[in-house]
Design a protein around this ligand. Structure first.
Ligand code: AP5
Ligand code: MG
Ligand code: ZN
Length: 215
């Protein structure tokens, strides 16, 4: 299964990707996670990306296109992958198309998660994730068993640097300007599946699986 998850900040891309990873045994390719790892490791790419990410802006296309191109060539992507947070601009989508041609692969679907703006802010301000294993939680919608601790590994739960309300609003504006045009791009390609992302986490998952006809 070769999928793209499309949707504004907080729509549930990472949450749904984690479930799809288990269902299909294929990797999640999250450009946001890869960039955050580079930032915390202070690699040259991380140092370059940090300012854009802290401001809620997109990192330049050539940076992310390069990391995704390399990642898609790895052996674990042979049977499929879930792209989470990529592509995010029309040039990125065009680059992905070329990469897939090179690899003789085609996307099966682009799942677009629709969620209203007020809910997105609530989701992002309440989001926490484990500093050790990365598992995501939400203080209200998906709370951990013990305050501040991961259910899986007891690691400390952290808040993302860009999950402050002002940066969240900026990320949303950037989404509407630069990423939303991809909905039409993929609708015209006959790949877009729109899913109601306002439903509960498990019900969003059900909708996705039904749309992919694997429920
Ligand atoms: P990235 O990490 O991709 O962030 P984002 O797109 O802003 O999306 P989020 O990760 O914030 O949200 P999500 O949709 O994954 O939601 P989640 O499942 O966590 O990118 C970060 C930055 O990196 C960008 O701003 C940019 O600078 C850079 N970048 C990344 N990719 C790039 C690219 N391709 N090009 C250029 N720059 C790039 O859910 C959110 C919360 O809600 C969680 O707490 C979850 O538990 C909860 N939740 C989820 N679903 C539900 C539900 N159905 N009901 C209730 N709560 C829910
Ligand atoms: Mg995410
Ligand atoms: Zn953990």
């Amino acid at each position: 299964m070769k999928l793209v998850l499309l949707g504004p900040p907080g729509a549930g891309k990472g949450t749904q990707a984690a479930m799809l990873v288990k269902k299909f045994a294929i990797p999640q390719i999250s450009t946001g996670d890869m960039l955050r790892t580079a930032v915390s490791g202070q690699t040259p790419m991380g140092i370059k990306a940090k300012g854009y990410m802290d401001a809620g802006d997109l990192v330049p296309d050539e940076v992310v296109v390069g990391i995704v191109r390399e990642r898609l060539q790895q052996v674990d992507c042979a049977t499929g992958f879930i792209l989470d947070g990529f592509p995010r601009t029309v040039p990125q989508a065009d680059a992905l198309k070329l990469n897939l041609v090179e690899l003789s692969k085609e996307l099966d679907a682009v799942i677009s998660l629709d969620v209203d703006i007020d809910s997105l802010v609530e989701r992002l301000t309440g989001r926490r994730s484990c500093g050790d294993c990365g598992k995501g939680f939400h203080l209200k919608f998906d709370p951990p068993g013990a305050d501040g601790k991961c259910d899986v590994c007891s690691g400390e739960l952290k808040q993302r640097a860009d999950d402050q309300e002002e940066t969240i609003r900026k990320r949303m504006a950037v989404y509407h300007q630069q990423t939303a045009p991809l909905e039409d791009y993929y609708r015209q390609a006959g790949l877009l599946i729109a899913v109601d992302g306002m439903a509960e986490i498990t019900s969003v998952q059900q909708q996705i699986l039904m749309a992919l006809q694997v429920a």
